[in-house]
Design a protein around this ligand. Structure first.
Ligand SMILES: Cc1cc2nc3c(=O)[nH]c(=O)nc-3n(C[C@H](O)[C@H](O)[C@H](O)COP(=O)(O)OP(=O)(O)OC[C@H]3O[C@@H](n4cnc5c(N)ncnc54)[C@H](O)[C@@H]3O)c2cc1C
Length: 485
């Protein structure tokens, strides 16, 4: 049984941020994740908005970490070489109730330290975003957009380069306290550790109970999305949100992505299924109706894909009140850091929360700084974003840049090979997709998915019948349709 100083459970954005922040110290660290890659839970099922922090109750972890995470993100994006645009955000209103709610949250934003929020009248709104619905708006310049998959991957790769070991495809099945340390059991073995950090997202309450904390009640608020083609993206420059309700919740919004698509959604309704990510007709119809109120140019011909995510919120069963993120490290439960209910804005908050989680360990145990720690990580350079001269130069240096594998997104063989040889050892089609954007265009992989499967087979020596799309049992090919002989 291998021994570690610290084991992090879950490789979503929170677990990967914790791993990255822990790698600043001299310690033997592992991350254990049940899926085949990082960012397979809700960290890849969200809007990718860097929230400003104006809807969260002052003084809460949500408010503190959102504002802190927002302010530092230009530097974080540079360190990790991830795409990020500080677009600002419009919160549009139609009537006096919307105005009342917007002004309420404008004031909360001021108290939380969100800077330069401004009100726009109809003409100013039209001048800034002719595509937006609404009669007036609140403009929040500090909001931004990022790619949550690339961000999570970057945190993980940076942690990995700084010495953290990733155990992917290993579901934690039990945790036991034996002889003064933790035994973390997975479906294929055991590892032991002095510390366990619970970042298990949708299953965090269960892990919490294994560590001796309560099995905190959580409610799943599911949200469905449409992804719109880049043709629609040309008509949109800034995220457009409706006025929040009294509690700060947003109905369906429209948000450009860093790559030029648009996300319409999420809506919000209760679900009990921990991983109930199916899309449903009723909700798709609702998204079309409500999405058009935000983004006037929305048309059916732009739809290329759907997805869904679930915000697991902690709540008080007596009052129904939604509660703050839970972050605790009770010295009476030695060697534990517990994170539960990290719902939205968990992407924005990931690094500030991670620093606080590491701080909890440092309060109980001195860790020496890692003298070799580097905060920098380099992403895969996109051929589609190079100038013509740069493309010619790239092809001269490496002819694999001259072969386009994904036509819709112009992703070359050179980029796919870099993704296949990623530092985490991921070898699924979705893993390649999230690292390069191959399969994310109009045809959604119809042309390139089989080519990517063959490249994985060739480069890694995995038989094509063993290559997975994403999940453990999502085989790309299970046999021949007809015998070519
Ligand atoms: C619809 C929606 C929209 C959102 N929009 C935004 C936004 O715009 N901006 C923003 O800041 N935030 C947003 N969020 C919130 C954000 O996505 C989450 O807060 C964040 O992704 C949570 O990260 P996590 O690492 O805690 O969870 P996850 O990403 O779900 O990761 C948990 C990981 O733990 C693993 N795991 C669970 N159980 C086990 C086990 N037994 N063994 C091993 N591994 C296990 C899972 O497989 C998973 O990979 C949104 C969320 C949703 C659902």
């Amino acid at each position: 049984m291998e021994h570690f100083d610290i084991v992090v459970i879950g490789a979503g954005v929170v677990g990967c941020a914790v791993a990255r922040e822990l790698s600043r110290y001299k310690a033997k660290i592992a991350v254990v994740e049940k899926e085949q890659d990082v960012a397979c839970g809700n960290s890849s099922r969200n809007t990718g908005m860097l929230h400003a922090g104006f809807t969260y109750k002052p003084g809460t972890l949500k408010a503190q970490c959102a504002v802190e995470g927002n302010k530092e993100f230009d530097q974080v994006a540079r360190e990790l070489d991830v795409p990020f645009k500080r677009t600002g955000k419009l919160v549009v209103g139609f009537d006096s109730r919307d105005m009342e709610n917007i002004l309420k949250f404008k004031e909360i934003g001021r108290v939380n330290g969100v800077e330069n929020i401004q009100m726009l009248d109809r003409d100013q709104l039209r001048a800034m975003a002719p595509e937006a619905g609404g009669e007036f708006a609140m403009y929040v310049p500090s909001s931004g957009i990022l790619d949550p998959m690339q961000y999570t991957i970057a945190l993980a790769e940076n942690a990995c380069a700084n010495g953290v070991r990733f155990f992917l495809g290993e579901r934690v099945t039990d945790i036991r306290r034996e002889e003064g340390e933790w035994k973390v059991c997975t479906q294929s073995g055991q590892i032991s550790a002095r510390w366990v950090v619970n970042c298990a997202g949708m299953h965090a309450s269960w892990i919490s109970s294994l560590l001796g904390y309560p099995d905190y009640p959580v409610k799943g608020f599911k949200g469905e999305y449409f992804v719109l083609d880049k043709k629609a993206g040309k008509h949109m420059s800034i995220p457009i949100y409706p006025a929040p309700d009294e509690r700060g919740g947003f109905a369906t919004h429209a948000t450009p992505t860093v790559d030029g698509n648009i996300l319409v959604g999420p809506d919000s309704y209760l679900t009990e299924g921990r991983e109930d990510y199916k899309n449903t007709k009723d909700h798709m119809d609702g998204l079309i109706r409500d999405g058009q109120k935000m983004f006037k140019e929305m048309r059916r011909e732009y739809f290329i894909r759907n997805f869904a995510g679930i915000r697991w919120k902690r709540y008080n069963p007596q009052t129904g009140e939604i509660l703050d993120f839970m972050l605790e490290a009770d010295p009476d439960k030695p060697g534990t850091v517990n994170l539960v209910g990290v719902e939205s804005p968990g992407i924005t908050c990931a690094l500030p929360l991670a620093r606080r989680a590491v701080g909890k360990i440092l309060e109980q145990e001195a860790l020496e700084p890692n003298p070799d720690f580097s905060p920098y990580r380099k992403g895969i350079r996109k051929f589609s974003e190079m100038s013509l001269e740069e493309q010619e130069e790239a092809i001269r240096e490496n002819p694999d840049y001259g072969e386009v594998i994904c036509r819709c997104e112009t992703v070359t063989r050179a980029e796919i090979l870099k993704a296949i040889h990623n530092p985490l050892g991921v070898h699924t089609v979705t893993g390649i997709k999230n690292r390069t954007r191959a399969t994310m265009g109009r045809c959604q992989g119809g042309y390139c998915e089989a080519k990517i499967t063959h490249l994985i087979e060739e480069e890694l020596g995995i038989p094509e019948t063993q290559v997975r799309y994403s999940k453990k049992n999502s085989y790309m090919f299970t046999g021949k349709v007809r015998d070519m002989a």
